[in-house]
Every structure is written in C-alpha cells, then in structure tokens.
Ligand binder design. Structure first.
Ligand code: HPA
Ligand code: MG
Length: 225
C-alpha cells in the first residue's frame, strides 16, 4: 500500500463503539460526588478521550500543518474538545519545530431541550466572523448526530469565505442520516444514546464531568426542565 493510501485510510478510521457496549461501572472511576446516582455508566473515560484527540491532532497536522490555522470552537459543548485539540496540535507542532500558528474563534449554537433535539437551531453570536476570510479553518464540534447542525453551521461559516474548511467531530452518532455528512476528522462513532460529560450537557448539567457518560433515569428526572 502506498503511503498516500495508508494516510487516507487512517484518516477515515474512527474508533467504533458498538451498540452493545455497556460502558464501565461508575464505581470504577473518580467523578464529582454531586452526580452520584445520576449516571448509568462511564461510556468513554477521560484518558481515552485525550489519547484519541492526540490522534486527531496528528491527522490534522499531517494534512494542513504547514499553514496557519483558525479553529472554530462550537459552544458550549465543544469547549473542552476545542481546547484539548488545540493544545495537542500545538504540542505536536512544537515537537517538529513547525512555525504553525493557531487562533481560536467561537460560535454558539443551541438546539437541545432535555434530551431532545428541537426544530430550530439557533446561532447565538457572534454575528460577524469576517476574520475567517481566506483562512484555513477547523470547525471543532463535540457531537454530530443528525448532521443538521453541522450543515447549517458550514453554510453559515462558508458565507465568510474561508480558504478551506474541515470539520472535526469528537463524537458521531450512528444514525442512518448521519452517514451522508460525516466530519473530516472523527473521534468516536457511538450508538444513538444521549451522552453527557466532557462539556456535553443535559439542561446545562454534567459539563463539569470529565468522562463521557450515559445519564441514568434518576439523573434525567432530577435535571429535567
Ligand atoms: N448529549 C449532549 N448534547 C447533545 C447530544 C448528546 O448526546 N446530542 C446532541 N447534543
Ligand atoms: Mg446541549
């Protein structure tokens, strides 16, 4: 296999979490005490997330490591992923003495109430992203499920005329619709379950949990609005 082909295949690879993956017992892990009883299992431990992000950073650097990079952080759920991704890109580019620069911009989206997607995805600022013009952009999003958010966001971002846009998604839910629009860099492909932690929320709760977890019925009831 040529190197090009190997690269291409590796870039397409994501860690697949199967539908029957039960997760780890929460008792095996350290997590904030105020969430006791609110979690069904630890789905992806924090250390595993971090290692996977290093792989995504490596792939991104291999593809576009020579240029200056703008990273768009999709808030609020993407703030940890964005931060850890940028740190890993910086660390790996330092170790190769590259002169890459990174700059982060933010955009805020909202579409979920409880564990259900609402019809209207709101883009809540900033209005003006004209700094993206002519730039190489990595849009970093914590989760892609229907792909609706990703497509709407891409359309919005493209209107500011960046030179190149690539999407990095930490989690992609395995849905029939999502295959049509996969991010360029995917951390984990997961079953269609509602997950929290690592900045992903349920009505603003659980962002302060480091692991990606599945919420329990008790947790859902407790934080329902
Ligand atoms: N968890 C939290 N937020 C989300 C999810 C999820 O599983 N899917 C879309 N937004
Ligand atoms: Mg949310």
């Amino acid at each position: 296999m040529s190197t090009d082909m190997a690269d291409e295949q590796r870039n397409k690879q994501a860690v697949e979490i199967n539908d029957d993956w039960p997760g780890y017992s929460v008792e095996l892990f350290n997590y904030p005490e105020h969430y006791q009883g609110d979690l069904e299992c630890v789905y992806i431990p924090h250390g595993v997330i971090m290692n996977r992000i290093e792989c995504l950073a490596r792939d991104i650097l291999e593809d576009i490591g020579q240029d200056d990079m703008m990273v768009l952080c999709v808030l609020k759920g993407g703030y940890k992923f964005c931060c850890d991704l940028v740190e890993s890109i910086k660390a790996q580019s330092r170790s190769t003495n590259s002169s890459l620069t990174t700059r982060v911009e933010f955009i805020r989206l909202k579409s979920y109430l409880n564990d259900q997607s609402t019809e209207d995805m709101q883009i809540i600022g900033p209005e003006d992203l004209s700094v993206l013009k002519g730039k190489i952009l990595i849009s970093s999003q914590a989760i892609v499920d229907t792909g609706k958010t990703m497509r709407a966001l891409l359309q919005h971002v493209n209107s500011f005329q960046p030179k190149l846009v690539k999407v990095a998604g930490l989690l992609v839910k395995r849905l029939p619709q999502s295959a049509a629009s996969l991010p360029d860099y995917v951390g984990f492909v997961i079953p269609n379950r509602f997950v929290v932690g690592y900045a992903l929320d349920y009505n603003e709760y659980f962002r302060d949990l480091n692991h990606i977890c599945v919420i329990s019925e008790m947790g859902k009831q407790k934080y329902k609005v």
